[in-house]
Every structure is written in C-alpha cells, then in structure tokens.
Write a protein that binds this ligand. Structure first.
Ligand SMILES: [Zn+2]
Length: 168
C-alpha cells in the first residue's frame, strides 16, 4: 500500500483509511497490549485484527474493527486456566468536534461516536474492546469444575490446561 494507514506504533490514520475505503489485517500479540496482559494469565496469545474504513451517509469517517482470537484467564472457581474466545465487531464513527456528536436517542446501537483526532491508537481500542468483552468473573461452565478446596483431580486439571491454548 503506498500510504500505509497505520504506523509502527499502531496509530491509525482514520481520515485516510476512511477516504480510501481501505482495509487491512494485522496480528497484535497480547504482549504488545500491557493493560490487557495485566488481566490475563498468559500473554502468549495474539489477536487477529481487521480494520475497514468507509464513510457514513453524512460523510463522517467510519471504522469497523473485527477482533478475533482467544485469550487465557484464570477460572474464578478452580483457579485453572480458562480459554476465552474473542470475536468482537465494533464500529466507530468520527465527528469533527463535540457539537457534532449525536444526541443519545439518535445514536445507532452498536456504534461508538468519537471526536476525530489526528490518529487513533489501535492498541488502546483493541484493549478497551477486549477488556469490555471479557466476563467480570470468568469461570468454567457450571458443574464443570470445583473450587480447589473440595479437591480437583489431576486429570481434570490437565484437561483444562490442554483446552487453554491460544489457537482456535
Ligand atoms: Zn474452573
């Protein structure tokens, strides 16, 4: 691509990608996302991020961001690793200044409105979206595990450890 819409710091030129209706994909290692890594039990995984730009009918830049992959948290019940599938689609519409933000009743559901700045930090966006998508108290399915105090067999422990991989 002649004009790369994203720089090495993962800052996205929103106006350019929207104007060009560009799309690109990248892999973001969890290790590059410190806020998210702090809430997970492993930073070995990576997330696949697809970003597409276009404009709304009112010619506002719009970004659609699809984040896929899996991350590993600790189960709040048995404290063993727990894989969480990540499959997030988020849409952002950028307005020139705060006076252009739509009234709450006019906002489309599933769309976030932001005031356009020179560049969007893609890492911040991905971290916000994934942290919001994760359950507050992640746990295996009810009945699938028990608190360590009541005794968890080594077989079930290793089964969970095998499940908790980065890959799909
Ligand atoms: Zn568990």
């Amino acid at each position: 691509m002649p004009n790369d819409p994203i720089d090495r710091e993962f800052r996205l030129d929103v106006a350019a990608i929207a104007r060009e209706r560009g799309t690109f994909e990248l892999k973001l290692p969890i290790a590059e996302l410190p806020r998210l890594a702090g809430t997970l039990s492993s930073d070995a995984c990576e997330l696949a991020v697809q970003v597409t730009g276009d404009t709304t009918r009112r010619r506002e830049p719009r970004i659609t961001c699809i984040i896929r992959g899996s991350v590993v948290t600790d189960c709040q019940r048995c404290l063993e690793p727990l894989q969480q599938r990540i499959d997030i689609r988020s849409q952002l519409v950028f307005v020139a200044d705060e006076t252009r933000l739509p009234a709450v009743e006019d906002e489309e559901p599933e769309v976030d409105y932001l005031v356009l700045e020179a560049a969007l930090d893609l890492r911040e966006l991905v971290q916000d979206e994934v942290i919001l998508a994760l359950p507050v108290a992640p746990a295996h399915a009810p009945g699938a595990c028990q608190a360590p105090a009541s005794g968890v067999g080594t077989e079930s422990r290793s089964a969970f450890a095998t499940l908790a991989r980065c890959t799909e």
